[in-house]
Design a protein around this ligand. Structure first.
Ligand code: NIG
Ligand code: FE
Length: 418
């Protein structure tokens, strides 16, 4: 039996309670369920009580001496952040392309010339399991240091069975041994490999042939496609996502990132849990997502790094799309592990409020990966994943940018960063 943990007297405690009601839309995104002088009582890795310090100390008066106490006076306490879109498992980096882009080359030009995703695929193929494990583990350490306690991780730097499987097995192993929780997505359709360049439909059939193996081995929960002009068409994407549904793999989609391509509409049509990127989503696509309840996962770190136009978060929120935020951590379009920085971009470059970005990086992000029943809010019965920031209120978390304000991270009731 481990000792209870008492997180005590936060100047602001962001609970985001009410998470059972589905992803939050419109003004619900601003309702943080704030408690001043808030405390949380945790036992066996699970939240037992949340309230004012006075309430919690009264309720556990006879047991205060038993508890390990973390005094968070003057600090902000939030649910552990959830990062619902990463390409966590890859080898190497692509600063050479960064430099080329700064001289004017575009992301797609680099990819079509055999670099981009293809360059990382070659390195990931060549890497041993151990090397991939180590490189990815260090990214997880960094994510945790930036307050993230749950991440989604995609394959997609193999585009053939052996390497896709290696990536998913690395994620599985990391989920077992690292404090971070990892939710896996199969993304065999991340690019069309060179050898299939003139017969992409054959590659689509090849990817579809891998789906039963992924499902049978329990290697992923979601199935994702890069639906983009010059990569996979909406028809090809539809075929892959629908095939995944037959094997119990829930659809996700990289949609309307570089050009409008009816990705948002397709997400609504196939009942995707989320559509991600959406920089170029049309009004029609946004309406369709709102009607179908598809979470819009926005990745402003990618728009920043590619120097592209940011997604229209305001239009999506006003239309009733539940919006989430994510790093898109990957070596080509968003080599960052800082979800708080992404939240700051959400405010300054997409017009979201400090309250909305917190909702988007916690409970709505949890909904985007089907984990809202266990994480994303501080409520009785949920896993005790808690992030403590060294700022007195949630507005200051966004106002004071470019600094890592994380002070302490509690994962399943255990202090893992302090
Ligand atoms: O989400 N758009 C496709 N995939 C990634 C980038 C992957 C890469 O460049 O390595 C993304 O932006
Ligand atoms: Fe991505």
């Amino acid at each position: 039996m481990t000792r209870p943990l008492l997180i005590r007297n936060a100047s602001q405690l962001v609970t985001l309670k009410g998470s059972a009601d589905g992803p939050r839309t419109k003004e619900q995104m601003s309702d943080l369920g704030l408690i001043e002088n808030g405390s949380v009582w945790i036992e066996d890795g699970v939240i037992q009580a949340v309230g004012t310090d006075e309430e919690i100390c009264a309720a556990y008066a006879g047991r205060l001496g038993e508890a390990e106490v973390v005094d968070v006076s003057g600090k902000l306490v939030t649910p552990g952040l959830v990062d619902p879109h990463t390409h966590l498992v890859f080898a190497g980096s692509r600063e050479d392309e960064f430099n080329m882009r700064l001289q004017g080359a575009t992301y797609m030009e680099i990819m079509n010339a055999g670099g981009g995703i293809h360059a990382t695929t070659a390195r990931t193929k060549a890497a041993s399991f151990e090397q991939l494990f180590e490189e990815s583990a260090s990214r997880l350490d960094q994510l945790l240091l930036h307050g993230v306690t749950t991440v989604e991780a995609k394959s997609g730097y193999g585009m053939e069975w052996e390497t896709e499987r290696k990536q998913l097995e690395v994620a599985k192993k990391l989920n077992e041994v690292h404090p971070m929780d990892i939710v896996s997505t199969f993304m065999g359709a991340h690019a069309v490999p060179k050898e299939y360049k003139d017969r992409p439909d054959e590659f689509v059939d090849y990817v579809i042939g891998l789906l039963p193996k992924v499902a049978e081995l329990g290697l992923a929960e979601f199935n994702d496609v890069f639906c983009e002009k010059g990569v996979f068409t909406p028809e090809q994407s539809r075929k892959i996502l629908k095939a995944g549904i037959e094997f119990g793999l829930k659809p996700k989609i990289h949609a309307d990132e570089i050009e409008p391509y009816e990705g948002a509409e397709l997400a609504a049509e196939v009942g995707a849990i989320s559509a991600d990127h959406l920089l170029k989503a049309t009004g029609k696509g946004i309406e369709a997502m709102a009607a179908a309840g598809v979470v819009g996962v926005l990745l402003p770190g990618t728009a920043y790094f590619l120097r592209a136009e940011f997604a229209n978060a305001r239009k999506m929120i006003d239309a009733g799309v539940p919006v989430a935020l994510s790093t898109d951590c990957n070596p080509g379009s968003s080599p960052t592990v800082s979800l708080p920085f992404v939240m700051n971009l959400g405010c300054l470059m997409m017009g979201m409020t400090p309250a909305e970005v917190l909702c988007a990086a916690t409970i709505n992000a949890a909904h985007a990966i089907n984990r809202a029943d266990v994480v994303g809010s501080l409520e009785v019965g949920k896993r005790a994943d808690v992030t403590i920031f060294d700022v007195p209120n949630y507005m200051k978390l966004q106002y004071s940018y470019g600094v890592n304000h994380v002070n302490t991270v509690v994962k399943a009731g255990r202090v893992v960063v302090s």
